[in-house]
Design a protein around this ligand. Sequence first.
Ligand code: AMP
Length: 192
Amino acid sequence: MRLVLLGAPGSGKGTQAARLKDHLQVPHISTGDLLRAEVAAGSKLGLEAKEIMASGNLVSDEILLGMLEDRFSRDDTKGGFILDGYPRNLAQAAALDQLLQRIGQPMDYAVQLEVPTEMLVERIAGRAKAEGRADDSPESVRRRLQVYNDQTAPVVDFYRQHGQLTVVNGVGSLDDVFTRIVEALAPAKEVG
Ligand code: AMP
């Protein structure tokens, strides 16, 4: 199954994707994780991305598309994947659509995790304490939420117009939200 998870920072995409990966037996592709790995490795790309990420802004579409093409060229994605953190704007959504058409692997589902803004802020603050991510400072969090509202939210409509969108209530325990997602995917699982 080919799946993309949509949702604001703190909506639980990463946590749910990690679980879904075991359930669906497909790789979890997180563009945030791919970028953090580049930063940790001190690569040229990582050096370029580091400051932008820390500020809460988006790394260039070109860099992201190159990284994704590279990732999709690996054999483990042939049986499907869970994409998390991409697309972040309409240009990325269109580029992804084209890329997947080209490799004959169109998206089956876009799952939007819906969580009210107050709760997002609370969750990110909790994560900042637990993980100490460089971009979980209050200023960066504000910027990331703003970028989400301005640039990423329209991506939801993109998938709605393509008939691929499923909206899932992201409020509740990890188990509850996981069950809702699995239920939302059930029809696609049955057919293949
Ligand atoms: P995430 O872990 O998905 O919240 O991503 C962390 C940061 O990595 C974001 O705030 C962006 O700076 C960068 N990033 C991740 N995915 C993308 C993307 N698709 N396009 C641009 N920047 C991205």
